[in-house]
Design a protein around this ligand. Structure first.
Ligand SMILES: Cc1ncc(COP(=O)(O)O)c(C=O)c1O
Length: 424
């Protein structure tokens, strides 16, 4: 059985959760601006000034969220023309944007080059030729960095993206030939190195080991090309406590460890691209109990929301061992009843649709709320929202002045997944 998790409502009181659930209906994502600010400022404080923070838009691409990060001073990292357009809608300038991803289409590259993208991170030989061709045709010079799949087992974290055979970036073993090829490619300005080894890293030493390796790659760049890189991008990967035994990333240890990193080449900008860390703790997912069922002694709470909105909480987004997110049932009447365990299920007709396997409840009833914490990142954006034809949940931003902004309206049976609101 899982350990019960601490209650997490992205800084809101239970009364506020009830209030917003009644105001906007369920299922609902609430994103709390105050918590975005808190996450950003605490990371900003921990990192040396040479580190720029680029928000990884894939974590939550709502323009109303992106604009919060821009206002705080973040740049952006995107993975598609769709995300590029959302970023521009949020008020970004193309220069603030980094474009990464293993398969960028000609049309996407033409669009971002035309608009003056800040950097593109190269991930294949085909891409080198394609971007060079597009740059020449548009008579532009495009700043590019080479994404490296590191040799060292620098990777740690829940989803490793480096140190193993990988579709992302170029293997470190061929770095020299890649750099030499890019250096002479027409229309490309080779500015540096990008390395992203793993996501959901909770140990500061693991992150520092990866960052050390990236800086060493920067020195290799200098040895090979006889000039220093102007950018070393260490990727995202900063973790948040998702499961019962998780401890938060120790930002004091990270700050102290940054002082011991190898020397950074002169005038070189370090870039970190967090997604989960900035947005995860800022959001909750709220759904409502529609049925309370006992089957062969086991208690099931069946809700109006589930894995089609929040695949990660269901344990089906890359998790090998199924563990529960911080899930709480807000019961209107719990007087005197004994604690019991319940499984929280969604409305889909698949046994995969489980929001929590073991949650402590007393007297759960239809209409009570289920709240999933740490749900601001990789929730609706990483879920099979069309699966079985249930409409998407509404998403709402709570501003620090207590006003609200609809990030995405609730879907309907005719329009399952409405677009994000154009308001930024
Ligand atoms: C290139 C790149 N940068 C940044 C991120 C953000 O990672 P995280 O949310 O773990 O910080 C990702 C996530 O997959 C990514 O692929």
């Amino acid at each position: 059985m899982n350990e019960p998790q601490a209650k997490q409502y992205c800084g809101l009181s239970e009364d506020s959760v009830w209030h917003y659930a009644e105001l906007f209906g369920t299922p609902l994502f609430l994103i709390h601006q105050e918590q975005i600010q808190h996450q950003f400022h605490s990371l900003r404080q921990a990192l040396p000034s040479q580190f720029a923070i680029h928000y990884s838009v894939k974590a939550n691409p709502a323009p109303g969220v992106i604009s919060q990060l821009l206002q705080l001073g973040a740049g952006l990292e995107i993975a598609s023309a769709g995300e590029f357009n959302l970023a521009m809608q949020a008020g970004a300038s193309a220069q603030q944007i980094i474009f990464a991803g293993p398969c960028k289409s000609r049309a996407e590259l033409q669009l971002v080059v035309e608009q003056g993208i800040g950097q593109i991170h190269l991930e294949s030989f085909e891409e080198i030729e394609l971007i060079s061709e597009i740059a020449l045709a548009q008579q532009k010079v495009v700043s590019v960095a080479v994404r490296v799949n590191p040799l060292a087992q620098a990777a740690a974290g829940s989803m490793r993206m480096g140190g193993l055979p990988s579709p992302f970036g170029f293997d470190e073993e061929i770095l020299e030939s890649v750099l030499r090829r890019v250096e002479v490619a027409a229309g490309l300005n080779l500015i540096g190195i990008h390395q992203f080894a793993a996501t959901q890293v909770l140990n500061a030493d693991d992150l520092l080991r990866q960052w050390t390796h990236a800086i060493r790659l920067g020195h290799k760049f200098e040895e090979i090309l006889n000039r220093p890189p102007t950018v070393i991008d260490v990727g995202g990967g900063l973790g948040i406590p998702l499961y019962a035994q998780d401890n938060p990333l120790d930002l004091h240890a990270l700050a102290a460890g940054c002082k011991t990193l190898p020397s950074i080449p002169l005038n070189c900008q370090m870039v970190v691209e967090p997604g989960r860390f900035l947005l995860g703790p800022a959001g909750i997912y709220i759904c409502k109990i529609a049925a309370v069922k006992r089957s062969r002694e086991k208690l099931f709470l069946i809700c109006d929301g589930g894995m089609h909105h929040h695949l990660a909480a269901s344990g089906n987004l890359g998790q090998v061992i199924k563990r529960d997110y911080p899930v709480t049932v807000l019961e209107r009447s719990n007087s005197g009843a004994e604690m019991q365990n319940a499984q929280i299920c969604g409305p889909l007709c698949t046994p995969l649709d489980v929001l929590a396997r073991s949650v402590q409840v007393q007297n759960p009833a239809v209409g009570d709320l289920v709240v999933v914490g740490q749900s601001g990142a990789y929730a609706s954006t990483a879920s099979p929202m069309h699966f079985l034809g249930h409409p998407a949940a509404a998403e709402v931003l709570l501003r620090t002045d207590s006003t609200t902004q609809i990030l995405r309206t609730r879907g309907t049976s005719k329009n399952l997944v409405p677009c994000y609101s154009t308001e930024s």
